[in-house]
Design a protein around this ligand. Structure first.
Ligand code: NAI
Ligand code: MG
Length: 354
C-alpha cells in the first residue's frame, strides 16, 4: 500500500488532555515510522489553555490550523480555574469547533476486553461480546433550538429537517454496512413529531440506499433498558442529539472505565475530530495517573475514518488490547501503570505486530 501524507492538528487542551494526547501522538508517530507514512503534526491551543494565552477558547489561529489539516486529535478541556462564573468558558471552544467544522455525526464505539470485564458494574455474561457503535446527531435538535424564559414558564424548541436526519442516517448505515449490517434507529415516535419525521426519513434512506442493511426502530426508553440488559444485541445505533447524549453516557459504563473510550466527530467528507469521551479530570491531572487508552483508540479512529488506513487502525486497536492483556493497567483499571508506561506498552505491542 502507498505511503500516506497527512496533516494532523493536535489540540491537547487542559488537565489530563496534554498527558493522554502525548501518548496518542507517540502511537501515531510509531505507526508512521513502521509503515512509511508521513504525518505532519501541528499543535494548537484550545479551551482554558487558549483562554489564558489569548482570551478566547478557540483562537482564529487554532480554527485555521484545523481547517488546513486532514484531521484533528483533541484531548480534553475545562477545569475549576475557568469555572461557571468565568466570562469565557473552555467548553465554548469545543462547541464552536464542532459547529465551525460542520461535524454533525458523533461516533462512539463500545467494545469489551474480557480482561477488564471486572471493571464494569454489569455482569461479565451480560457484556461478553459487546461490539456496538452509537452514532449521535451532533448539531441539531433541542440543544440548538430556540430557547426562551418568560416569567414562570420556559421553552426549548426541538427542530429537525429531513436533510439533517438523512445525512446522519447515511453515515450510520454506511458504517453498519461494513460491520454486522444491523442498524437500530432510536426515537420517541409515539410522542414527538420530530421523531416521526426521523423514523420516516431513516426508513426511506435505508430502503433506497442501503438495501443490505437491516433497520429496526426502538423507542428511546426501551432502548435505554436494552442497552444494559442485552448490549451484545446492538450493532450500530443512530439517534438524535439529546437521546444520543444520554444513551452514549449509559453505553460507556459497559466498558468499565470512561478512560478507555474513544469518539469521532465527522461531517460530509473524510475530515474529522477525534477525542476520548472523558473530560480534563482535574482530580488526577499532572500526576501521570490518567488512562491514555481512550485517546489512543481515538487516534485509531482517525487513521480509519480520516486517513483511510484501516489496517493501521486495526493494528493500534490490537496493540491496545495486547497492552491491557499484558497487564499495563492504569489506576482506573485497577492497576498502577503510569500514563507514559501505558503508552510505551502500546508502542511496543505495535512494533511487535507490524
Ligand atoms: P471527567 O471525565 O473529566 O472525569 C470524571 C471522572 O473520571 C473523574 O473522577 C476522573 O478522574 C475520571 N477520569 C476521566 N478520564 C480519565 C482517564 N483518562 N483516566 C482515568 N480516570 C479518568 O468529567 P468531570 O469531572 O465531570 O469534568 C471535569 C472537567 O472536564 C470539567 O471542566 C468539564 O466541563 C470538562 N469536560 C470536558 C469534556 C471534553 O473536553 N470533551 C467532556 C466532559 C467534561
Ligand atoms: Mg454528555
Amino acid at each position: 500500500p502507498a505511503p500516506v501524507k497527512a496533516r494532523i492538528a493536535v489540540l491537547a487542551g487542559d488537565g489530563i488532555g496534554p498527558e493522554v494526547t502525548e501518548q496518542a501522538v507517540r502511537v501515531l508517530e510509531a505507526v508512521a515510522a513502521a509503515r512509511g507514512h508521513v504525518f505532519t503534526l501541528e499543535d494548537a491551543l484550545v479551551g482554558g489553555a487558549a483562554i489564558d494565552a489569548t482570551g478566547s477558547a478557540l483562537p482564529e489561529e487554532t480554527l485555521a490550523a484545523c481547517r488546513r489539516s486532514d484531521a484533528v486529535l483533541f484531548g480534553a478541556i475545562g477545569g475549576p480555574k475557568w469555572g461557571p462564573s468565568a466570562k469565557v468558558r473552555p467548553e465554548q471552544g469545543l462547541l464552536a469547533l464542532r459547529k465551525g467544522l460542520g461535524l454533525f455525526a458523533n461516533l462512539r464505539p463500545v467494545t469489551v476486553n474480557p480482561r477488564l470485564a471486572g471493571a464494569s458494574p454489569l455482569k461479565a455474561e451480560v457484556i461478553a461480546g459487546v461490539d456496538l457503535l452509537v452514532v449521535r446527531e451532533l448539531t441539531g435538535g433541542i440543544y440548538f433550538g430556540e430557547k426562551r424564559r418568560e416569567g414562570a414558564s420556559a421553552f426549548d424548541a426541538c427542530t429537525y429537517t429531513e436533510d439533517e436526519v438523512a445525512r446522519v442516517v447515511r453515515v450510520a448505515a454506511r458504517l453498519a454496512r461494513g460491520r454486522r449490517r444491523k442498524l437500530t434507529s432510536v426515537d420517541k415516535a409515539n410522542v414527538l413529531e420530530t421523531s416521526r419525521l426521523w423514523r420516516d426519513v431513516a426508513t426511506r434512506v435505508v430502503k433506497e440506499e442501503f438495501p443490505e442493511v437491516v433497520l429496526d426502530h426502538h423507542l428511546v426508553d426501551s432502548c435505554a433498558m436494552q442497552l444494559v440488559r442485552r448490549p451484545a444485541d446492538f450493532d450500530v445505533v443512530v439517534t438524535e442529539n439529546m437521546f444520543g447524549d444520554i444513551l452514549t453516557d449509559e453505553a460507556s459504563v459497559i466498558a468499565g472505565s470512561i478512560g478507555l473510550l474513544p469518539s469521532a466527530s465527522l461531517g460530509e467528507g473524510t475530515f474529522g475530530l477525534y477525542e476520548p469521551i472523558h473530560g480534563s479530570a482535574p482530580d488526577i491531572a499532572g500526576r501521570g495517573l490518567a488512562d491514555p487508552y481512550g485517546t489512543i483508540a481515538s487516534a485509531a479512529m482517525l487513521l480509519r475514518h480520516s486517513l483511510g488506513l484501516e489496517r493501521e487502525a486495526a493494528l493500534v486497536e490490537q496493540a491496545v488490547a495486547r497492552a491491557v492483556d499484558g497487564g499495563a493497567l492504569t489506576a482506573d483499571l485497577g492497576g498502577s501503570t503510569s500514563t507514559e508506561a501505558a503508552g510505551t506498552a502500546v508502542v511496543q505491542a505495535l512494533e511487535s505486530l507490524v
